[in-house]
Design a protein around this ligand. Structure first.
Ligand code: AGP
Length: 614
């Protein structure tokens, strides 16, 4: 996924665009670039790698004098074309009078390039995005203005796109548009200035008045405001939202990394997730954005997510089937469509997505809706596509999650799934309502239990010192904590680049146990839950083959503590709440190992915070 930023207004544009790119860098950091509109033409700077590599080139971009300043910027996560300066955005047309930045994939790029080559165009890059600049330039050459030329160009493209364009012929104007789920486009209205960004993180420090573009919408933006139309030109009344999201929360503060901050603020973030949603007196759950009653209860739920959100969905299956006795399917966003999903009457598809912009998840949700399913979303990013697509939502309220590896959003989504399970049980009355009350009353104790896991603990430094040279690691869990093993493995591999696999512990004897020897560390999630005895047995099998066992176990479990090589304790809690507790030691383990290995904790190689391409 890439980040796009634009500014038009009286202030110098470079620091505003660069500051916005810094807040969007987590979206992609293969390369970056900026184009500033100046009298003699666009002043452009591009650099491969981190945004900071652009700094030495910024002085040359200064545009002296007053008047209106216009600039666009981009951080790239490479899809078409290698990570080179030539492929970095912004891209200019042949005459250099048009500059564009782009997020998405032009699926018909081959045909368009062939057509443009026939018209004498020579491409300066390997990217698909560059064709957009040439198409807009062609429109302008035939007498169109920037808005009409951009509209015409977009109508030629296949696939999901987010585009932002500027023209020397129309200083003080930006044109932006969105097609499909390529990742958002939002416009911020300031006092005599306007901003365009992929998501609000890039512009919230300047304004809270935000207009989110829907798919197939185009905006023409000047310092005085914006007009919005559909791609066919029909006017649209822009809906201005005043966002409460605090941009300061997106700062690192005294922490070394965003990920460290986001791990350590989970007691607070879970408190925010729960706030106002559990009536302690009655032990009842209240989901304001998702009204439920017996008449509209789902007959079946399909939980859909990718990566960490998929792991939350797996936990959601255990929670909802245990508490509300409603059957649940779980699927990867990228796989859902491939299985020709059957939708039974009364089905509900639930997208679980921190960013609300993950293309695979959004496409699956759209598929479910097209087949007649109701659609809900458990989402963190306010105003995101998933939130706007869904019939009902449960927001995570985790605050901005900047670290590419998801931590507080994962625990927030599991808490939201617990709240959903309780609300579904509650709506059915009887024994299920009683079970829901029991869980809801325990749920409010979760922030305190989580807080006990966030203090300084030398075990993580000891584990990092011992295992930072290891190339492999296994994670095992059973039942509701099997997905926690998957999540621990994902955290470790995406942060430290150590090969890690998560397995249902019961599967070890069916093959993977052949991997066990004295060089293999095995993390076992073994709290006192219904699978505890079986987990202890698995640990014995690993120890019998000289495996190294790192156990996450319930505080006070001295017997198991004696049997393993390393133990990390979690507070005793009802089984349904153990995943949120058990995952925190695994987040911290991955963080410390990645730090020890000198990896880039907040922006691991090859990754992006939200993958808005399929
Ligand atoms: C999380 O650590 C990963 N970086 C990644 O798997 C992420 O969970 C996945 O891309 C889904 O993102 P979403 O929750 O924003 O949809």
């Amino acid at each position: 996924m890439c980040g796009i930023i634009g500014y038009v207004g009286p202030r110098h544009a470079v620091p505003i665009v660069i500051g916005g790119l810094r807040r969007l860098e987590y979206r992609g950091y293969d390369s970056s670039g900026i184009a500033v509109l100046a009298a003699g033409g666009f002043k452009v700077a591009r650099a491969v790698g981190k945004l900071s590599n652009l700094d030495p080139r910024l002085d040359a971009l200064d545009v002296a004098g007053g008047g209106t300043h216009t600039a666009i910027g981009h951080t790239r996560w490479a899809t078409h074309g290698g990570v080179t300066e030539q492929n970095a955005h912004p891209h200019l047309g042949r005459t250099g009078r048009i500059a564009i930045v782009h997020n998405g994939i032009v699926e018909n790029v081959a045909a368009l390039k062939a057509e443009l080559r026939l018209a004498g165009i020579e491409f300066a890059s390997e990217t698909d995005s560059e064709v957009i600049a040439h198409l807009i330039e062609q429109g302008i050459a035939h007498g169109s203005g920037l808005e009409a030329a951009t509209r015409a160009a977009l109508l030629r493209l296949e696939g999901s796109q987010a585009v932002l364009a500027a023209s020397l012929d129309e200083p003080g104007r930006l044109v932006c548009a969105r097609i499909g789920n390529a990742g958002g486009v939002c416009i911020g209205r300031g006092r005599g200035e306007c901003f365009v960004a992929s998501d609000v993180a890039g512009i919230l420090e300047h304004t809270r008045e935000i207009v989110f573009l829907e798919s197939h919408q185009l905006a023409s933006v000047t310092a005085d405001g914006l007009t919005v139309t559909l791609l066919d030109g029909a006017p649209v009344k822009p809906r201005v939202q005043i966002l409460a999201w605090d941009p300061v929360a997106a700062e690192k503060g005294e922490h070394r990394h965003f990920m460290q901050k986001e791990i350590l603020e989970q007691a607070r973030s879970i408190t925010d997730t729960l706030r106002g949603r559990v009536d302690l007196e009655r032990g009842e759950v209240m989901l304001e954005e998702l009204p439920l009653d017996a008449a509209t209860l789902p007959t079946r739920l399909t939980l859909i997510g990718c990566g960490t959100s998929f792991h939350a969905a797996l936990i959601g299956k255990f929670l909802i089937e245990d508490i509300a006795r409603i059957p649940v399917d779980v699927d990867y966003g990228s796989e859902y469509r491939n299985r020709d999903p059957l939708i039974v009457p009364g089905s509900v598809a639930v997208a679980i997505t921190q960013s609300g912009e993950t293309a695979d998840t959004l496409a699956a949700l759209a598929e479910a809706r097209a087949r007649g399913s109701r659609c809900w979303a458990i989402v963190n990013a306010i105003g995101s596509q998933a939130q706007r697509m869904a019939d009902g939502t449960i927001t995570m309220r985790a605050g901005p999650e900047i670290g590419v590896a998801s931590t507080k959003a994962f625990t927030a989504s599991v808490v939201d799934l617990t709240l959903l399970a309780c609300a579904l049980g509650q709506a059915q009355g009887g024994a299920m309502a009683a079970r829901a009350r029991e869980v809801a009353r325990a749920l409010v104790r979760l922030p305190n239990w989580v807080g006990q896991l966030l203090g300084p603990d030398p075990v993580y430094d000891r584990l990092a010192a011992r295992f930072h040279h290891h190339a492999h690691c296994l994670f095992l869990g059973r039942g509701i904590n099997y997905p926690v093993a998957l999540e621990g493995a994902l955290k470790l591999k995406e942060l430290s680049y150590i090969h890690a696999e998560g397995y249902p512990a019961g599967e070890m004897k069916h093959g993977p146990i052949a991997l066990i020897d004295e060089t293999m560390p095995v993390v076992c999630v073994a709290p006192r839950d219904r699978a505890y005895d079986k987990m202890v047995s698995q640990i014995e099998q690993i120890k019998a083959r000289q495996g190294i066992v790192i156990a996450v176990l319930t505080a006070g479990d001295h017997a198991l503590r004696e049997r393993v090589d390393y133990a990390i304790e979690i507070p005793a809690a009802p089984e349904v709440l153990t995943p949120v507790l058990a995952v925190i030691p695994l987040q911290r383990l991955a963080y410390h190992l990645a730090e020890r290995r000198g990896c880039d904790v907040d922006q691991p190689r090859n990754l992006a915070k939200s993958v808005t391409v399929e």
